[in-house]
Ligand binder design. Sequence first.
Ligand code: NAP
Length: 193
Amino acid sequence: MRKVLVFGGSGFVGSFICKELAKKGFDVVSVSKTGINKYLFEKEAKQIRFVKADLLADTHWQDELKNAYAVINCIGILFEQKSRGITYKKFIFESTQQIAQAAHVHDVTHFVQISAIKPPFFILRKYHFYKLASEQFLQSMPFHLCIIRPAILVAPQKPFFLFLYRLQELLHFPIKQFESLDNVAKQVLAFLK
Ligand SMILES: NC(=O)c1ccc[n+]([C@@H]2O[C@H](COP(=O)([O-])OP(=O)(O)OC[C@H]3O[C@@H](n4cnc5c(N)ncnc54)[C@H](OP(=O)(O)O)[C@@H]3O)[C@@H](O)[C@H]2O)c1
């Protein structure tokens, strides 16, 4: 069984990827700040090991990289909260650096980065700046690298976006700012094959 570590595996995107990987027979470990499963049914979550670790404060998560084949990085924030020290630099760029450097030390060969498409106009410019900086950093590392740049992701857990997504399908008026979460999981699986 090939071992895959999903960083941010308790989040919206990460938990879906964990579930799909487990279905395909991977040994899936989720690493996240709370270590709590928020999105999966108990039966689905049973196949995944949830590890609680704050990537920017703890180090024990690095031991989980032993014998891992691949890492999927789903850690990120959409908005900064500077008063609480929650910045794009820390939670997008530095977290990516930490994971990549530790993965390299443990001879992990495959790396999937969940990045993002360029938002329209000047929206989330700083968010996108650090997403690009993370991509560039990873491109300098010797991994088999897959960078996925999703639009706004839709799934049943986000009913409002799912409603808009279905509506645009119905009206045959595609909005490129929406994408199915299923599509992202498919790209991850295709890469790990
Ligand atoms: N959702 C979208 O529509 C969308 C679209 C394009 C790109 N993306 C990208 O996809 C990635 C995941 O997004 P998401 O919507 O799944 O976000 P999310 O639900 O907020 O998940 C974020 C994950 O990161 C973990 N995390 C945050 N800080 C951490 C830390 N210091 N140490 C360890 N774990 C930490 C969280 O753990 P806890 O839950 O335990 O706190 C959670 O598992 C992000 O990089 C985002 O930019 C998302």
